[in-house]
Design a binder for this molecule. Structure first.
Ligand code: ATP
Ligand code: MG
Length: 137
């Protein structure tokens, strides 16, 4: 089945947005397959964003993800990857539509509250990399 790895980033956890975010995915109708509050290991954070390693903001991005616990989730359903990206909104929260998570709760690209996988393959890959695969049963 198609899955998306969705992570409430440290700012979202710290600001108390976890319940709001989970509620949006639940009300949309996707199935929650795994959930864990955890401190991302540095090497996992670096690997997670390795496609951006040449960007000037890469170091800050990894530091951001390491700055506190995240809520890691696996959501399942047909079309969940693209749909989650719609629920999340554009990368830069100032460009995200109102009604999206980033559009409603963020103003800085470097503090944009939530991650969602950008392809089904990456949904599988990220879920395995964050060691949530065993909890999908
Ligand atoms: P994510 O992968 O976290 O779900 P995304 O797919 O919308 O976000 P990406 O291009 O994959 O966007 O960028 C990953 C993350 O890097 C962004 O969510 C944001 O936190 C950070 N980022 C992207 N562009 C910038 C930028 N210009 N300046 C600072 N941080 C940035
Ligand atoms: Mg991305």
């Amino acid at each position: 089945a198609e899955i998306s790895y969705v992570m409430v980033k440290p700012d979202g956890v710290q600001r108390g947005l976890v319940g709001e975010i989970i509620g949006r995915f639940e009300r949309k109708g996707f199935k929650l397959r795994a959930l864990k509050l955890y401190q991302t290991p540095q090497e996992v954070a670096e690997e997670h964003y390795k496609d951006l390693s040449s960007k000037p903001f890469y170091k800050d991005l990894v530091q951001y993800i390491l700055s506190g616990p995240v809520v890691s989730m696996v959501w399942e359903g047909d079309g969940v990857v693209a749909s989650a990206r719609k629920l999340i909104g554009a990368t830069n929260p100032l460009a995200s539509e109102p009604g999206t998570i980033r559009g409603d709760f963020a103003i800085q690209v470097g503090r944009n509250v939530i991650h969602g996988s950008d392809s089904p393959d990456n949904g599988d890959r990220e879920t395995a990399a964050h060691a949530l695969a065993a909890r999908r049963a």
